[in-house]
Design a protein around this ligand. Structure first.
Ligand SMILES: [Zn+2]
Length: 363
């Protein structure tokens, strides 16, 4: 490519739900943004034809953003950039280059600014100082009562934005009202990601006076980390509540109270054991609160009617998307992680800003 020209190739994650993976080519540098796996489980981004790249940058530690690291040899084993909190849980063979949780870094001569994404411990959005500015949000949320969100403010001519919920507009308070009805009914199992909405939901339960909260090892570990080294990703003054929460939760031991356990789709962790155990116990309500991953126990149980679903917001509402696009004065928006059928609705909401899902976007 010509030095000076810049393009963004949407390898995976735009047009339909799938693993996040994008190729930024700018100033002679080739940088991959996220390298996820699934949904559905096992689906990897098509990187075999892209050749060697100079760096991989990870936005946050969720599997659909970092689960494809087995593909690193296919793209020339580039250096991997991530925040220390995200890097800690990567395979030990990867010596990551540190990114700040909020601040600026130099990646191969490109100025990269980061800020907290309100979505996961150590998770960040990324602003690249190229071609009038490029913002990649990864996943983000403005609503979390737990994770801090730093609204991006630097102008970005092009914005690759988390639009997982497309034009959805129900606030988190409504999610809580829906979930609260299930809490009253007896034993409740909530399969959750421990490094995402799991601790958020547990915090909300405690703040509403519920003491009977049971968690698996992954949730317990996540809560302790949030009260300690991961506190940088928390909203101000949440630390005391999180430490209290970590102290009052009990290990899951039989069907009682509200039980929060990973993984969210039942394919691994404690829920891989608990779901088969509880699905034949009619007194236990099973409630999924996120994207129902195809081909997993989550899909099987919701399709059969044995489990229910109530969304717990961890992605932006349409009003958040509009506000962000206006704040950064974007000229072109690429909505990520939603279906292509949502393009007209998003284009209408964001006009006169251009909206595209084209495979290659010039910057
Ligand atoms: Zn995520």
């Amino acid at each position: 490519m010509n030095k000076g020209s810049a393009t963004l190739r949407l390898l995976s994650g735009v047009g339909k739900k799938g693993p996040a993976c994008f190729l930024l080519e700018a100033g002679g540098r080739r940088i991959v943004l996220d390298l996820g796996e699934g949904p559905p489980p096992g689906l990897l981004p098509p990187v075999s034809g892209i050749g060697r790249v100079d760096a991989l940058i990870l936005s946050h530690g969720h599997r659909d953003h970092v689960g494809g690291l087995s593909l690193l040899p296919e793209i020339g084993d580039p250096p991997v950039y991530a925040t220390n909190i995200v890097a800690r849980d990567l395979p030990k063979t990867i010596a990551a280059q540190p990114l700040p949780v909020g601040g600026t870094a130099d990646v191969l001569g490109i100025a990269v600014a980061t800020g907290r994404n309100g979505h996961a411990p150590g998770g960040v959005w990324l602003h690249f100082g190229i071609a009038g500015g490029l913002l990649y949000t990864g996943d983000y949320s403005t609503e979390s009562a737990l994770y801090a969100y730093d609204p991006p403010a630097k102008p970005a001519a092009t914005a690759l934005i988390d639009c997982s919920y497309a034009d959805y507009q129900k606030p988190l308070a409504e999610c809580w009202r829906n979930l609260a009805q299930f809490v009253e009914r007896g034993p409740l199992l909530l399969p959750v990601p421990a490094n995402g909405r799991g601790p958020e939901i547990a915090l909300e339960l405690m703040r509403h006076g519920l003491e009977d909260v049971y968690v698996d090892d992954a949730m317990q570990k996540a809560l302790h980390r949030l009260g300690d080294g991961d506190a940088i990703s928390l909203r101000p003054s949440v630390g005391d509540d999180i430490r209290r929460l970590a102290a009052i939760v009990k290990p899951i031991d039989g069907a009682r109270g509200v039980m929060l356990a990973a993984s969210a789709d039942g394919t691994s962790g404690a829920t891989a054991r608990l779901l088969p155990q509880f699905e034949n116990s009619p007194e236990v309500t099973i409630l999924f609160t996120g994207y129902v991953n195809p081909t997993t126990p989550a899909e099987r149980l919701t399709k059969s009617g044995r489990a229910q679903t109530v969304r717990w917001n961890v992605h932006p509402l349409l009003s958040d998307t509009v506000a962000l696009v206006r704040a950064i004065e974007a000229k072109t928006v690429i909505p990520a992680f939603c279906d292509r059928a949502k393009l007209p609705a998003l284009a209408a909401a964001l006009a006169p800003t251009g909206v595209t899902m084209d495979e290659t976007v010039p910057l």
